[in-house]
Ligand binder design. Sequence first.
Ligand code: B12
Length: 551
Amino acid sequence: MARGLLVSYAGYPYTPSSLTPDNGLANLAGALLEAGHDVRIVDYGTLSTMRRLFPEELSRQVKPLAEKMLASADGPPASEQLGQLEQLADWLEAYQQAQLQQIGQELIEEVGRFQPEFVGFKLWNGDGFSGSVALAQMLRAEFPDLHIYAGGPQASWFNKVIYRRTDVFEAIACGEAEATIVPLAEHAIGERSLGDIPAIVYRQNGEVIEVPRTEWLDLYDLPVPVYDPEIYPAMAGDEKIKIIVLDDSRGCPYRCGFCTHPMESGSRLRTASAELLVDRMERIVRDYGISVFRFAGSSTPGSLMYEVAQQILARGLNVQYACFGHFASADPDHFQVMADSGLYAVFFGLESGCQQVLDRAVRKGVNLATVKETVQKAQRAGLFVVTSMIVPLPFDTEETIKESRDFITGLRPDSVPVQFPGLLPGTPWLKQPEKYNFEVDTEELLLAGLDYKIKLLFPPQFWEAPPYKVNGMSFPEFTALTMKFAEDLENTGILTAVPDDMALIAKCAGMAAREFRDQARLWCLTGDVAGMAQMAEQANRVITSGQAGVA
Ligand code: B12
């Protein structure tokens, strides 16, 4: 039997959703327990982490500034404000670095107590990468014989590139790893060699070796996820906002230009049956008293979600949930049943309201007439409908962006998150940048992307410019268009920046989506833990009351 400690450090929680439980870690813990190993989860996505990564004194100073910035809709902060913000940002950075050392000391103590044979880090972008590497290095210095592995979204995106930055991880799992974590545990107790473990990369004698994946997991074979506080202590009390993410489908057959999905879970769609999914919901309700869910799959067929809804209704299960929808497979006539079953919010990736750009830059195979009918019928059924946009897309011009904006202002979804075009590893955009109007130094981008940091206190024009251009525009130029698009929508009364899970948390906390978004921004930007904690407590009361689905 091996003992494993799974660690997830994503840096400062900069959205409330960062505080929800981690299904990936819960699955890995389930897989280890089912194979007879012992495991603990150290998940730093908690209110305590928020508290310890933002000094109270800074919180007091930043509050009036942030309030002023968020209240004024007239573009970027003034230069005087910027100067002040720069200073505060430097202070915050230094403070967080010092705290990270402290967290490392505590992790060393935890390893001393629990005596694991291995520690597995879940790697995220930004501080979730650089911070995790720093923590792993501290453990390595203290425990030279400890086996330290890594996995997680950042590992799926960058896999062997990570070895160019650090060799602190003995092996790195690429993509989903319920079937990889147990062989890694066996390696930690000398019962298996790394060369026999599919879907990892590892370093041997200075050489990076890739062991190819042999198969993707059948979703019927998923382990039972573990959220018990004895195994997953962050689940105790109100440290987290307890909406549970369910793994309904993995893999995606679409090859949208911008999307990293095939890197994480392959290009073959795998689904579980509606019956099994609702069994899993029932188990979470029974074991943890939690009745609010979010489905993880971004390409789950609409027909499966409809069957899930029918099962929920047939069993009289009182739940509330959010999910992704896909315009290519959602049947608008199903939404009423879905809403009746407790579906509250649905997230569609739309990306553009200009058919030509959509077809050429995104290649989603989606027709705008279908989009219109789908959104209208979903709203008529009472759903909170989110359609996300990418602005500017490759080939966008002033006219096509206007067309896109007119489409959205005519459609009026409940929320429209607007993103800039991210150029990410493994995507069609990065594989053929010239075909999609990008200019990029791929090598430089990959290395810069590893620990690329979001500057929490600033709008994106002021973030460090990643090394690529789209449509001939540099990062500050194209992100200015992104911000302008969002601002234009806001000026017509359309809510931006509220994804489905945020809408669901707001509902549980008894707040309107707009009010919630504005408050949540302030809580995060200013380190207002008391505000966030009060909301989390209120939301958890509803999430665990068994009454979430009751209007
Ligand atoms: C649901 C979700 C969440 C949930 C649950 C966490 C989760 N499972 O990732 C919540 C709301 C908590 C969340 C939060 C965040 N998320 Co999120 N999330 C998603 C989403 C929509 C689905 C993820 C999912 O359920 N995958 C299925 C599960 C089973 O996979 P998994 O969790 O990655 O775990 C598997 C593998 O990664 C691997 N693995 C994981 N850890 C380890 C550790 C070891 C040692 C090993 C061997 C393997 C291994 O095995 C696991 C089981 O198969 C994706 C987008 C998408 N559609 O993929 C974004 C996504 C994963 N999130 C992302 C980000 C950035 C975040 C946040 C940092 C900030 C944010 N914007 O919300 C926070 C950080 C959370 C924290 N702990 O502080 C990014 C990650 C990008 C990156 N390279 O880092 C994604 C890809 C979205 C995006 N395109 O930007 N997220």
